[in-house]
Design a protein around this ligand. Structure first.
Ligand SMILES: *Cc1c(COP(=O)(O)O)cnc(C)c1O
Ligand SMILES: [Zn+2]
Length: 419
C-alpha cells in the first residue's frame, strides 16, 4: 500500500512516474515525491503512528516506498533531549537537542535517508547501490547496503577524516577516493550514474533519499507532544535536510496532526569556509554563489549545493535566518555541548551549536520560545578537528605519591589561582 502518486518537478510541476528519475526533462528542475494527501488523511492518526515501530518506519505512510522496507530497521526515533544546562548558559528555558548522533547504526542522520533510498532501490530492482559522499553518507551506505545485501560503490573526496574512511572500509565496499573536493566527486558520479545502471542514493534516487530527512522533522513534532517548535537550527550541506524538515512540519500541519499553529522558524547553520546558502540568506540574494570549500566541517563541505535555492526559500518562507561561524567557534561549540550536555558531536554539530549562540546574540532567536537544535553526527568520527583543543591527560607513574603530586597538588594550585 502506497500513497505515492509519482514524482513532480519542483519548478514546472510536470508529473513523472515513480522511477529512478531526478531531473525534469523540460526545465531541468529537480523532481520531488508527490503524495495523495487526501488518502493519507483518511487513515493516518497520531495513534496509528504511536503504535508503529520505534524507528523512522513509524511514518511509513509519508515515505516513498510501495512494500515493506528493506533497510534501516534501527534508524530514526532518536532522543529529543531537554538541554537545561546549555539552556541556562544561553538564558533559554525551552532548549532541546534532537540527538541524531546516537542510536543510529552509523551515528549520523544519514542513516535516515539511506534507509529510505535503499528500500526504494530494492523495489526498483537495483542490485548495486552507490553514493557521492562527504563522509557520513559513505559510512551509512556501506553499512546498510552490507546488511541489505547490495553491491556497493562509495565515492569520497580523498582528504576525509580517518574515522570516516575506516568506518566505510570496514563494511567491504568498493571505496573510491577521488583527488578533488565533494563537488568534483559529485560531478564524476553524475557521469558514472548515466553510464552504469546503479542506484546512486543521492543522484538518481535523490527524490526518495531526500524524503528520509523528513522523519527528523516528524520526530521533533511528535516528541514535543505533537507540537511544532518556535525555532529549529539545522546545519546545511546540500540544503536537503533543511528543506525536508520544513516539508515534514507542513505535512503534519496539513494532516491535522499538530496541536499548535505552525509558526516554526527554520535557521541554517554553515561554516565560514563553506557558506553558500547562509550567505545568500544573509545578503538577501536570490543567487547561490558556488564556493571552494575550506573548513574543518568536512561533512558540510559542499560548495555547489544541489538544494541551495530550495533551502534559501524555506528559510525565507518560515521567517528564519542563518549564521556563519569560524573553525574556532566550531571547536568551542563542540566543547560547549560536551561540557554542558554530555554530548560529543562532530564538526557539523559544532557549527549548529555555535550558530545558535550567534542567532541568540543577534536577537533572531527569542529566549522564551521552544528551540530545537538538530545535532546530526557523532564526534568520534572527527577527532582530528579538536584533538589540539581538548587539553591533555595527566601522565603519572602507578603510585599514590605520583597521583597526589601530579594531579591533586596541581588541582589545588589551579583552584587557588582561580580563587
Ligand atoms: C550530510 C550532513 C548534513 C547536511 O545534509 P544536507 O541534507 O546535504 O544539507 C548535516 N550534518 C551532517 C553530520 C551530515 O553528514
Ligand atoms: Zn520541470
Amino acid at each position: 500500500m502506497s500513497f505515492v502518486k509519482g514524482l513532480r518537478c519542483r519548478e514546472c510541476s510536470r508529473e513523472y512516474p515513480k522511477q529512478a528519475l531526478y531531473v525534469c526533462e523540460y526545465c531541468f528542475g529537480s523532481l520531488e515525491v508527490h503524495y495523495d494527501y487526501d488518502g493519507i488523511k483518511k487513515t493516518l492518526t497520531r495513534e496509528k503512528i504511536q503504535k508503529g515501530p520505534k524507528s523512522l518506519w513509524r511514518y511509513r505512510d509519508l515515505l516513498p516506498i510501495d512494500g515493506d522496507p528493506a533497510a534501516g530497521f534501527y534508524s530514526g526515533f532518536t532522543p529529543l533531549v531537554k538541554a537545561d544546562r546549555l539552556g541556562e548558559e544561553w538564558g533559554l528555558k525551552n532548549l532541546y537537542i534532537k540527538d541524531d548522533s546516537v542510536c543510529h547504526p552509523t551515528w549520523s542522520f544519514k542513516d535516515r535517508v539511506v534507509a529510505v533510498a535503499l528500500s526504494r532501490a530494492r523495489e526498483l530492482g537495483f542490485d548495486t547501490v552507490a553514493c557521492a559522499s562527504t563522509g557520513n553518507l559513505a559510512n551509512s551506505v556501506a553499512a546498510n547496503a552490507a546488511w541489505a545485501g547490495f553491491k556497493r560503490y562509495i565515492f569520497i573526496p580523498a582528504n576525509l577524516e580517518q574515522a570516516k574512511i575506516v568506518g566505510t572500509l570496514v563494511y567491504s565496499p568498493n571505496l573510491v577516493a577521488v583527488n578533488g573536493n565533494y563537488d568534483d566527486v559529485n560531478r564524476l558520479c553524475s557521469e558514472i550514474a548515466s553510464k552504469y545502471r546503479w542506484g546512486f542514493v543521492n543522484i538518481n534516487l535523490r527524490a526518495y533519499y531526500a524524503e528520509g530527512s523528513k522523519t527528523l522533522g516528524f520526530e521533533i513534532a511528535e516528541q514535543l507532544g505533537w507540537r511544532a517548535p518556535d525555532h529549529i537550527v539545522a546545519p546545511a550541506a546540500s540544503g536537503s535536510l533543511i528543506t525536508k524538515i520544513w516539508k515534514a512540519l507542513k505535512e503534519f500541519d496539513k494532516l491535522g496532526l499538530l496541536e499548535n499553529k505552525l509558526t516554526t522558524k527554520i535557521h541554517c547553520a554553515q561554516p565560514e569556509g563553506c557558506s553558500p546558502i547562509a550567505t545568500a540568506v544573509l545578503t538577501a540574494s536570490d543567487v547561490i554563489k558556488p564556493v571552494k570549500p575550506q573548513t574543518i566541517a568536512k561533512s558540510l563541505a559542499i560548495g555547489n549545493p544541489a538544494d541551495g535555492y530550495y533551502a534559501k526559500d524555506v528559510i525565507r518562507d518560515s521567517s528564519g535566518s542563518a549564521a556563519i561561524v569560524s573553525d574556532e567557534e566550531i571547536r568551542e561549540g563542540i566543547k560547549l555541548l560536551a561540557r554542558t550536555e554530555g554530548i560529543f558531536t562532530e564538526t557539523a554539530g559544532g557549527v549548529t551549536v555555535a550558530s545558535t549562540k550567534r542567532l541568540i546574540d543577534e536577537g533572531k532567536i527569542s529566549k522564551d520560545g521552544i528551540v530545537v537544535l538538530a545535532i546530526t553526527g557523532n564526534g568520534l568520527k572527527t577527532q582530528e578537528a579538536i584533538q589540539q583543543a581538548v587539553g591533555e591527560a595527566k601522565f603519572i607513574e602507578p603510585n599514590l605519591a605520583a597521583f597526589e603530586e601530579k594531579v591533586m597538588q596541581k588541582e589545588k594550585k589551579e583552584t587557588h589561582h582561580v580563587g
